[in-house]
Design a protein around this ligand. Structure first.
Ligand code: FAD
Length: 435
């Protein structure tokens, strides 16, 4: 039999290659490092962690924790190495980055089914292929992928506003309305008094920003300026931008508030909302502190914080199926950050999923779609069903998993129940799908 190509030996590519190899199939694993470097990697190891050594929460009360457990049950090489090389980090799973990625590099390099090719690919190869070249995909390949999507399917920048859970909002303060009542009432509006606005403004312009990487210059797309940068241009600038109150009278008073922050529905289920115009470079803790000053958001649960960084990712809702196959070429799959999942573990999980499907396709079987009750299934569903226009990468979180039939008020308990259901469904799925 011929080999399956996996391009990029990062978090996703390493996991995909392992899932294919352990199923008895041959893999050609291409990695451009150390010949060609990326602006963020420092070693030639596979699955290098480019920033923090934390893989985030490890408990089943957290979406990232559930994802890890699902991966363990699917014999993940990333999770095996993470558990074997962990370092103390409270409720999180942090690893010794050096021994973690060395272990993965050795296991794959020594595997009889894996051929490692240290080479940069500049075109999309023929034949069964998984592309997992990450947010810093080299330029020639990124251009080739862009052409594959008819020039409109690849983002090169990730400027995302924070997303909050609707159930955590104070709806006594917030009202539903579209500006000038045009069309269906679609936005949730958070009204601010003059005093509230200036307090917010002062905290915003003095808040602490995340570190910029050298390769991330300050050039932002038109219309994608970070909110704090806009605010710093002048006291009133935001009032003519995202916080403009005109046409948004508060039904309780009949008057236009001094300022209004709008929230836009983010998913079809309607339980997640994003803060319109709030793409930001603030540190995550600062986002929570400052954005919680917005009336109605005092206790908001942030399922994703705003980010601004370089990122290469597909407009997956248009170009990918929930099997991680492209709609254009059924023997071409994508995995990792390129698909619009966000984070080390999320990237690895999508590699696991795509790797299983590449192996199934090579064996002449049907690729699988994981049930939406599992975190792996919910993420694949989200990235392929979100609105293509506003599509932004997503972390593992319980907001994307279908609700439980029984309502559980207490959050930890509810999350635990969602995790337990996910793991039961996953075990059944493993048996029936024979994976
Ligand atoms: P990668 O792990 O980057 O793997 C892609 C691989 O493909 C690389 O080894 C690269 O060398 C190779 N490659 C690229 N182009 C080619 C080519 N043409 N031919 C052959 N090989 C190629 N996530 C977190 O959870 N926590 C963080 O702290 C965090 N910090 C980040 C910091 C930065 C600066 C960036 C850019 C991202 C960060 N992320 C973080 C997001 C994400 O989790 C990581 O980028 C993660 O490594 C993505 O996994 P991946 O497998 O998709 O890509």
């Amino acid at each position: 039999t011929t080999s399956i190509n996996v391009i990029g030996a990062g978090l996703a590519g390493s996991e995909a290659a392992w899932q294919i190899a352990k199923r008895g199939l041959k893999v050609r694993l291409y990695e451009m490092r150390p010949e060609k470097k990326t602006p963020a990697h420092h070693t030639q190891n596979f699955a290098e962690l480019v920033c923090t050594n934390s893989l985030r929460a490890n408990q089943l009360t957290n979406g990232a924790g559930l994802l890890k457990e699902e991966m363990r049950r699917l014999d993940s090489i990333i999770m095996e190495a993470a558990d074997a090389h962990n370092v103390p980090a409270g409720g999180a799973l942090a690893v010794d980055r050096e021994t973690f990625s060395s272990a993965i590099t050795e296991k794959l390099t020594n595997h009889p089914n894996v051929e490692v090719i240290r080479e940069e690919l500049t075109a999309i190869p023929e034949g069964l292929t998984v592309i997992a070249t990450g947010p810093l995909t080299s330029d020639p390949l990124a251009q080739a992928i862009k052409r594959l999507t008819d020039d409109e399917g690849l983002y090169f920048y990730d400027a995302a506003a924070p997303i909050v859970e609707k159930s955590s909002l104070d709806m006594d303060k917030i009202y539903l309305k579209s500006r000038y009542d045009k069309g269906e009432a679609a936005y949730l509006n958070c009204p601010m008094t003059e005093e509230e606005f200036y307090n917010f403004y002062h905290e915003l312009i003095n808040a602490e920003m995340a570190e910029l990487h050298d390769f991330e210059d300050q050039k932002f797309f038109e219309g994608c300026m970070p909110i704090e940068q806009m605010a710093s241009r002048g006291e009133k600038t935001m009032l003519f931008g995202p916080l403009k109150p005109v046409g948004l009278e508060d039904p309780k008073t009949g008057k236009e508030p001094f300022a209004v922050v709008q929230l836009r529905q983010d998913n079809a289920a309607g339980n997640l909302y994003n803060l319109v115009g709030f793409q930001t470079h603030l540190k995550w803790g600062e986002q929570k502190r400052v954005f919680s000053m917005i009336p109605g958001l005092e206790n908001a649960q942030f399922v994703r914080y705003g980010v601004m960084h370089r990122n290469t990712y597909l407009r997956s809702p248009e170009f990918l199926n929930a099997t991680y196959q492209t709609k254009k070429r059924s023997d071409l799959l994508f995995a990792g950050q390129m698909t619009g999942v966000e984070g080390y573990v999320e990237s690895a999980a999508s590699g696991l999923y795509a790797g299983i499907n590449a192996a199934l396709i090579a064996q002449g079987k049907e690729p699988v779609i994981f049930p939406e009750e599992t975190m792996m299934g919910a993420m694949a569903h989200y990235i392929t069903h979100a609105s293509p226009k506003h599509f932004q990468p997503i972390n593992a979180n319980f907001g994307i998993i279908p609700r439980l039939e029984k309502r559980i008020r207490e959050k930890r308990e509810r999350n635990l129940a969602l995790s337990q259901r996910a793991l039961t469904v996953l075990e059944e799925f493993k048996t029936t799908a024979d994976i």
